[in-house]
Design a protein. Structure first.
Length: 127
């Protein structure tokens, strides 16, 4: 996901860079699956139903302006849906959406199926 920071994330990063804020995301950082992609301002339509819930993502230190998930992300017992993208959220009392992006290819999921993002497959870059 390159150039897919939310408007809120862009503003917070610029405030941090220029010393106007020390605000950081509230951990743990979560990955949400969406059935309709959002944009800089509006969140996508998050999957609901089944056993779906956001998953905690871990990443190694950034290298060459990029990070990726260091472990598989697995959602079990999914509802029937078509997953078209992912979003990155923090765990604040009112969670903040930091990034978003479309999957390379949408995936149709049957009720009860698992949805997996293998380690290293979810990449975020600043370029």
């Amino acid at each position: 996901m390159a150039d897919n920071l939310s408007g809120t994330a862009e503003n917070r990063m610029l405030d941090w860079l220029f010393g106007n804020s020390t605000t950081a995301p509230v951990t743990p950082i979560k990955v949400a699956l969406v059935t309709a992609n959002g944009d800089d301002v509006t969140a996508g339509t998050e999957v609901t139903g089944g056993s779906y819930s956001r998953k905690t993502v871990t990443v190694a230190a950034a290298a060459s302006g990029a990070v990726s998930n260091s472990a598989d992300l697995v959602w079990s017992g999914m509802p029937a849906c078509t997953v078209v993208g992912v979003e990155i959220w923090d765990s604040a009392g009112t969670p903040v959406r930091w990034a978003y992006g479309a999957l390379t290819a949408s995936r149709v999921v049957a009720a009860g199926d698992d949805f997996k993002v293998p380690a290293g497959s979810l990449s975020l870059t600043l370029a």
